[in-house]
Design a binder for this molecule. Structure first.
Ligand code: B12
Length: 446
């Protein structure tokens, strides 16, 4: 069989004024380029289950001028924002007689909808299903739906090496590697891997290192982005991973919760292992605003009073923090924009990311807002970009949220602020004498 793996990568934003505004700022421009540059780890992972007797090709959707006829089967991987595009593409493939298989987070959360658009849909993680799916394809006995939960649970100890070699002829310099899946926290808006996996699990360290070496074999100076939700929850695993990563000498970036700041020894190991930046979902600057957001133990609200000291602790180790804030929470009013700006000023955060509260279909947040009649356009998946509004805020009009967001973005990414944040980061590093940067020119941008 000729099998095409098609990734719907790239930045998606409907609000073009924001795009123009955003793209004129340095931080946002570099992020947009970053987003264009990452291949789909999901598809490369699935490819590892396809035997050599088949021809496999990995393609980004932007590489397609027209829908190719050369494939017998295509695997389409997409997120909510790209679901409408993916469905249109699927329709075109099916018209050409290509068997079209759909999977990923959006399909998992919206299986009934996806069923109408593909010949086959996969619900949940791909790994448990792939062996059976490939057998069925080879025997011309494919089913219309496969659910990961009907198969033996996937264990990261059995994780195959993703087929990074399929990217050989392309010029990628950034790659994703997964060291863990799932998250012990349950934030109401989260539309990430907690919806795929039944439990939090970590990948054996030797497997992570094997993946990094496979990437190093492709390109001499790769940048690694860990496709994790919360890398350092398992402290024993983290220490072992950092020790081994340090030997590989690759720069990397990851996502974590704030508790990583509790462990200075681990922070030193993280820095020595090549970490350039940790992205942390702070979500909001105060306990009042965070109340109820994390649904297991209100963890984020309980941690809010440690935010400032935690940022300083991490950054003083020479690791930049990218603090992420969500705008449009029910506790937010027109003062909230200034509160975020003031917090960023006080914290010395090196990097900031602001996004709108986004009700991804299939999440508790979406169900709540839908029940309250507060979704503006049901089914408008293309608005699930984190940079477009599709809900009625509780204490503001949609226009107030939008204009407050735009103004905050302009303030945060003003070149003067960006420079000042870099200066403050260096000052934190020098004060503690634990980092390695002599001047802002040396700060390694992710
Ligand atoms: C790396 C990453 C990216 C990369 C690469 C995306 C890609 N092509 O895979 C880039 C930078 C391009 C990107 C872009 C965007 N992203 Co992004 N991204 C991530 C991140 C950090 C990791 C994803 C990952 O690689 N996971 C590991 C792989 C192994 O898992 P997986 O892809 O889910 O695949 C598994 C299964 O889903 C399944 N599977 C997946 N596809 C298929 C297909 C078939 C046919 C089958 C059988 C199975 C299958 O099998 C795989 C193995 O189990 C997550 C957050 C996180 N920490 O997880 C956000 C995340 C996925 N992104 C998100 C968003 C919103 C976006 C953007 C819309 C942002 C924007 N405004 O443009 C765009 C959308 C572009 C798109 N592709 O649709 C949201 C998505 C929420 C949702 N449910 O839609 C997340 C969860 C972050 C968040 N803040 O909530 N992203």
């Amino acid at each position: 069989m000729r099998i095409g793996l098609i990734a719907m990568s790239g930045l998606r934003v409907c609000d073009h004024s924001l795009l123009q505004l955003g793209l004129s700022f340095p931080g946002v421009r570099s992020r947009a380029q970053t987003i264009e540059a990452l291949p789909s780890l999901g598809l490369l992972t699935l490819a590892a289950f396809i035997s050599d007797s088949h021809e496999v090709e990995y393609l980004e959707v932007r590489e397609l001028d027209e829908v190719p006829s050369r494939f017998d089967v295509v695997f389409l991987s997409f997120l909510t924002a790209t679901a409408p595009e993916a469905y249109r593409l699927a329709e075109q493939f099916r018209k050409k007689g290509t068997l079209t298989i759909l999977g990923g987070l959006h399909v998992t959360l919206n299986a009934r909808e996806a069923q109408g658009h593909g010949d086959v849909i996969i619900i949940g993680e791909g790994e448990p299903v792939m062996t059976r799916l490939m057998d069925d394809l080879e025997q011309d006995n494919v089913q219309s739906i496969y659910r990961a939960r009907d198969f033996a649970p996937f264990d990261f100890c059995d994780a195959p090496l993703p087929r990074f070699d399929l990217l050989k002829s392309k010029r990628y310099t950034r790659f994703t590697v997964q060291t863990q899946r799932g998250c012990p926290l349950r934030c109401s808006f989260c539309a990430s891997s907690i919806h795929l996996t039944p439990r939090y699990q970590v990948k054996p360290v030797h497997k992570v290192i094997e993946e990094i070496r496979a990437i190093k074999a492709l390109t001499s100076d790769p940048f690694i982005e860990f496709a994790d939700d919360n890398t350092f929850c398992d402290r024993k695993h983290s220490r072992k991973l950092m020790r081994e990563l340090a030997k590989e000498k690759v720069p990397w970036f990851t996502e974590s919760d704030i508790s990583v700041a509790d462990d200075p020894e681990l922070l030193s190991m993280i820095r020595d292992a090549g970490c350039r930046q940790i992205l942390i979902g702070l979500e909001a600057p105060s306990a009042k605003q965070l109340d109820g957001l994390e649904q297991r133990s209100n963890w984020k609200a309980k941690r809010a009073d440690q935010y400032l000291s935690a940022v300083e602790q991490i950054q003083s180790h020479g690791i930049t923090v990218n603090g992420c804030f969500v705008l449009g929470l029910d506790s937010h009013d027109s003062d909230s924009f200034d509160e975020v700006f003031d917090f960023v000023e006080r914290s010395g955060l090196y990097e900031v990311q602001i996004t709108y509260l986004t009700p991804f279909p299939g999440t508790p947040m979406h169900r709540q807002l839908s029940d309250e009649g507060r979704i503006l356009l049901e089914g408008a998946h293309e608005r699930c970009t984190l940079f477009d509004i599709n809900f009625q805020p509780a204490q503001m009009s949609v226009e107030e949220l939008r204009s407050g967001f735009h103004a905050l973005l302009a303030r945060l990414y003003h070149p003067r602020e960006v420079k000042q944040r870099a200066r403050r980061f260096l000052a934190q590093v020098r004060k503690k004498g634990r980092g390695r940067f002599a001047s802002s020119k040396e700060i390694p941008l992710n």
